[in-house]
Structures are given as C-alpha cells and as structure tokens.
Design a protein around this ligand. Structure first.
Ligand code: SAM
Length: 240
C-alpha cells in the first residue's frame, strides 16, 4: 500500500526551517490529488508516487524559502512552470506575493487554472507563450523582482530566456540539480550580456532523498539590451 503519511512533508519542511499552516498542507495535498488525476490524461509529471511528489516537487519547490525572503506585493515570475513547479507551492506559501506562471504549452496552463480555482489562490495568473517572445512585451520586460525557473534549459540558455524579465536590482534564481562544474562558467557571457551578475550558488541536500540541489543567485545589474533575448529557439540552439 502506498504510504501517504504527510509527516514526510511536514518533517522535511521542519528540517529546512520552513514554517507552514494546516491550511497550506491541505492545499498541497489537494494539489497532489489533482496532479495525479490529471496526469492520467495529460503528461504533467513522471513522478507520481506520494513521497516523490512531496519531496521532489513540493519540498524542492519550497526550499528556496530557506535562502531568501520575498516581501509581500513583490512580483514573481516562474518560467516554464509546466505543472506548476515551483510556482504553485510557492504561491501557497506566499499568499500576498504577486505570481505569474508562464509556459509555452497551453494544456499545462489550463491545468494550473483548475488548480488556482480549486485551491482559491489569489494574486496569481498564467501566461501562455515562449519566454523569448514575451520578454519583449513591455508589460513583462524588466518588471519582476524575482524570476524562478526549474528544469527548463542549461544555465546559459536560461539566462537569456529569463533575465530580460527581471527588474534592475531583482534576482533570477534558477533551480538546478547537481549543477555541472562548468555550467556557471559557460553561462558567464550570457549572464553579462543580459545585464546580470553572478552572486553565488547555494548547494543543499533534498531532505529524505539526500539528492544534491543547487540554487544559482544572479542579480540584475543593468537593463537588458533590446536585442535580447534572440528569436524563439535561438537561445537553446546557439547559446550566447
Ligand atoms: N518547471 C517545471 C518542473 O520543474 O516540473 C516544468 C519543467 S518541464 C521539463 C519544462 C517546461 O518548460 C515545459 O512545460 C515547457 O513547455 C516549458 N518551456 C520550455 N521552453 C520554453 C520557453 N522557451 N518558453 C516558455 N516555456 C518553455
């Protein structure tokens, strides 16, 4: 029988020093059930066991809260959110922060809209499109205090996709698993051209599974030149 004991979630959050309420845990469990149900008809996640979703999706998404404080009314963007990671768990824990979840696959965003409705989440919206295109829309450009992105591209490509959205002084923080030694140095040029500055990496171990995870902290120093990001597909095909 599947072990659906929520203490795996709560004790992992305790271990990371992340505070939670019963309501937040209830919302995550509802989200889990919706994810598993929808995954039968739509490809949302390869991880479907209770422990896997709790740790690899939920705790992993929330773990950034150990390292940063996000003030109420800040604007947060999640690029390539897929089934809502890290955006939905973070939204549940940051009710007063403004979230935009972006993806180029509309079917996944439709699932997210169902989650938003069912969990009665506020101050959150979704946007369908490619980051390369949306970053040139003045509604989004240089408009976010924080930009997160998990499992979307290598650091160089991701920097081109994401940094145009971040306000001067804001932070772009990609979620990485076992960051390759050379990934940061290979991304140095893209980070600089996009107006970013590498600040630090934070390595940590995911509770229970003890898998390595890394956050890369990149600060937006100057506005991104108008020619970046290049047209859709180029940042992945031909990284800066
Ligand atoms: N972030 C989620 C997670 O960690 O589970 C989803 C990761 S999934 C492997 C990558 C997602 O990024 C997909 O949903 C895909 O549609 C989206 N994506 C890839 N390239 C993109 C782009 N250029 N602009 C917007 N979304 C993109």
């Amino acid at each position: 029988m599947m072990n659906n004991d929520i203490t795996i979630l709560t004790s992992s959050l305790d271990e990371l020093g992340i505070k939670y309420t019963d309501e937040q845990i209830d919302k995550l469990i509802k989200y889990f059930k919706m994810l598993i149900e929808k995954n039968k008809v739509l490809n949302l996640t390869a991880i479907t066991d209770f422990q896997g979703v709790m740790i690899k999706h939920f705790v992993d998404s929330l773990s950034i809260l150990k390292y940063i404080e996000i003030e109420d009314n800040s604007k947060v963007l999640d690029i390539g959110t897929g089934a809502g990671f890290p955006g939905i768990p973070l939204k549940i824990f940051l009710p007063e922060v403004e979230f935009l979840l972006m993806d180029s696959l509309n079917k996944r965003l439709n699932f997210i809209l169902e989650v938003i409705d069912e969990l009665k989440l506020e101050k959150i919206s979704v946007m369908h499109g490619r980051a390369e295109d949306l970053a040139h829309d003045k509604e989004y450009r240089e408009n976010f205090d924080f930009c997160f992105s998990r499992a979307v591209a290598n650091l160089s490509t991701l920097s081109e996709l994401c940094l145009g959205f971040v306000k001067k002084g804001g932070m772009f923080i990609p979620y990485k698993s076992a960051l390759a030694e050379d990934e940061i140095s290979n991304a140095g040029n893209a980070i600089k051209l996009m107006g970013g500055k590498f600040i630090k990496t934070e390595k940590f171990e995911l509770p229970v599974l003890k898998e390595e995870r890394d956050f890369v902290f990149i600060k937006k120093g100057i506005n991104t030149p108008g020619k970046y990001p290049r047209k859709a597909g180029t940042p992945a095909k031909n990284p800066l």
